[in-house]
Ligand binder design. Structure first.
Ligand code: 5GP
Ligand code: MN
Length: 342
C-alpha cells in the first residue's frame, strides 16, 4: 500500500526544505494529518512549513502547532511568503486531496514548483501530478496513512502526544467517530498505538465537537427546523443555507461541517445534500449509505468528487437554480436509490 516507501526513505535521509499542504477549507483530517506529518518531519531534522490554501475552522485552531500554519488566502494570508517557500522547497507533501484544483490558486504554484511532490491521500482516482505516492482508497483517513507511513519508516517510537492528537483528530473525524464502514481493525490498531503515547482522547473530542459558539448551535437548530426537506419517493433529504442566513448566524468557514450528516439520520433516507451559498458560489456536501455513490453524482454533475459515501462539489448557478438542478437529476437515480439497503 505504501507504494514509494524506499524512495521516500532515501529522500528523507538528508535534510530537506519541506512544504506540507492540504485541500482548501481544511477539515480535521486534512489539518491533523498535515500537522502530525510536519511534527514528525521536524523531529527528523527537516525544515518544514505547513501551508493551507484557506483559513482553518475555529474548532481546529487548538491543534498542536496550528498557530504556525501559513495561509495563502484568507484573513491573515501571507501569499508572498507562501510563494517563496513553495519555490524554494525540495519536497512538497500534498495531503488529503487527489487533484491540485482542490488547492485553488495555490495549486498552480505547487504544479510549477521544481520540488519532488509526495501525495498522501485516500480519495478516489488521484490526478497524475505526484512523483511519490502513498495512496489507498481503503484507508479511513489520510491521518491513518500518515500513521502507517511513520510506522513503516521505522519511527513509531517518535510519535509523541502532539503528533498523536493531530493524527487521532483526523482518524476520529473521517470515520464519523468510528462508525463508518471505513472503520477497520487497522483503524483501531492505529488508535491503540497512538493512545500508548498517553494523549487524552476525550480532549480531542471535546475540542472538536463540544466547543461550538452558541450561534452555530442556533444555526443548526434553524436548518433542522426550517430548512430540512425530505423526498420519500427518492429516499433523499436536503438542506440549504443562503449567504444571508450564514451572515445572520455569523457563520465562518468550517461552522457548517457536520450539519449535512443530520440529513441521513431520518428513517428510510439513503442520500442527503447540503447546499451552502458562500463566497459567490454554492458549495455542496453529499452523504449516502451503502451502494449509492455520491462521488459519482458530485463528479458527474457538480464539478466535485470525494468518497463513495461522502463527497462534495460546487456550482456557479444561484442557490435556487442549483437545488432545482439537483431535484431534476433525482429521477435518473431513483432505481439506484430505491435499491440501497438501510
Ligand atoms: P465535505 O462535504 O465534508 O466538504 O466533503 C466530503 C468529502 O468530499 C471529503 O472527502 C472532501 O475531500 C470531498 N470533497 C468536498 N468538496 C469537494 C470538491 O469540490 N471536489 C472534490 N474532488 N472533492 C470534494
Ligand atoms: Mn480525509
Amino acid at each position: 500500500m505504501i507504494q514509494d516507501l524506499e524512495a521516500l526513505k532515501t529522500l528523507l535521509s538528508t535534510p530537506q526544505k519541506i512544504v506540507v499542504t492540504m485541500h482548501r477549507d481544511p477539515d480535521a483530517d486534512a489539518m491533523g494529518s498535515s500537522l502530525g506529518w510536519a511534527l514528525y518531519l521536524q523531529k527528523k531534522g527537516h525544515q518544514v512549513t505547513v501551508i493551507s490554501p484557506t483559513d482553518m475552522a475555529a474548532n481546529l485552531q487548538w491543534l498542536p502547532e496550528a498557530d504556525t500554519v501559513l495561509t495563502y488566502e484568507g484573513n491573515a494570508a501571507k501569499p508572498r511568503e507562501c510563494r517563496v517557500l513553495i519555490q524554494d522547497a525540495t519536497l512538497i507533501c500534498c495531503l488529503d486531496f487527489s487533484a491540485l484544483s482542490r488547492l485553488k490558486e495555490l495549486g498552480k504554484l505547487v504544479k510549477e514548483a521544481s520540488a519532488v511532490k509526495l501525495l498522501v491521500d485516500h480519495h478516489l482516482e488521484p490526478e497524475n501530478f505526484a512523483d511519490l505516492m502513498v495512496w489507498s482508497t481503503k484507508a479511513a483517513a489520510t491521518a491513518q496513512l500518515i500513521f502507517e507511513l511513520i510506522r513503516d519508516l521505522g519511527d513509531l517510537e517518535l510519535i509523541d502526544v502532539p503528533m498523536a492528537e493531530c493524527l487521532y483528530a483526523g482518524i476520529m473525524t473521517d470515520t464519523g467517530s468510528f462508525r463508518h464502514g471505513s472503520t477497520t481493525p487497522e483503524v483501531h490498531m492505529a488508535v491503540a498505538q497512538l493512545m500508548h503515547t498517553g494523549f487524552e482522547v476525550n480532549k480531542v473530542h471535546r475540542m472538536i465537537f463540544d466547543n461550538s459558539p452558541i450561534l452555530r448551535m442556533k444555526l443548526l437548530g434553524h436548518v433542522l427546523c426550517n430548512k430540512l426537506q425530505v423526498l420519500p419517493e427518492y429516499r433523499t433529504s436536503y438542506m440549504t443555507l443562503s449567504a444571508a442566513e450564514l451572515e445572520k448566524y455569523h457563520s465562518e468557514a468550517g461552522d457548517t461541517d457536520g450539519i449535512v450528516n443530520n440529513g441521513l439520520q431520518i428513517e428510510n433516507v439513503v442520500m442527503t445534500a447540503l447546499f451552502i451559498e458562500r463566497k459567490g458560489e454554492v458549495k455542496i456536501s453529499f452523504r449516502s449509505f451503502g451502494s449509492f455513490s455520491v462521488r459519482e453524482l458530485a463528479n458527474a454533475h457538480f464539478d466535485g468528487g470525494g468518497h463513495f459515501n461522502a463527497s462534495g462539489g460546487r456550482s456557479s448557478l444561484s442557490l435556487e437554480e442549483t437545488v432545482e438542478h439537483f431535484l431534476k437529476l433525482l429521477p435518473f437515480y431513483k432505481t439506484q436509490l430505491l435499491a440501497v439497503e438501510k
